[in-house]
Design a protein. Structure first.
Length: 49
């Protein structure tokens, strides 16, 4: 069974997990946005515009 009780360390562990999850999500979002931007630029250059 999954034991999520961190005892006295919960005040440090759960915020660390949260900050890590937010940072990872931000990196993924930034990568997707950049990939879309570069794809549009590539399409523009390939079409000779």
């Amino acid at each position: 069974m999954l034991d999520l009780d961190m005892g006295a360390y919960a005040a440090f562990v759960w915020p660390a997990w949260g900050i890590s999850a937010v940072a990872l999500a931000a990196l993924v979002a930034r990568s997707v946005i950049a990939a879309r931007r570069w794809k549009r630029e590539l399409d523009r250059l390939e079409n000779g515009e």
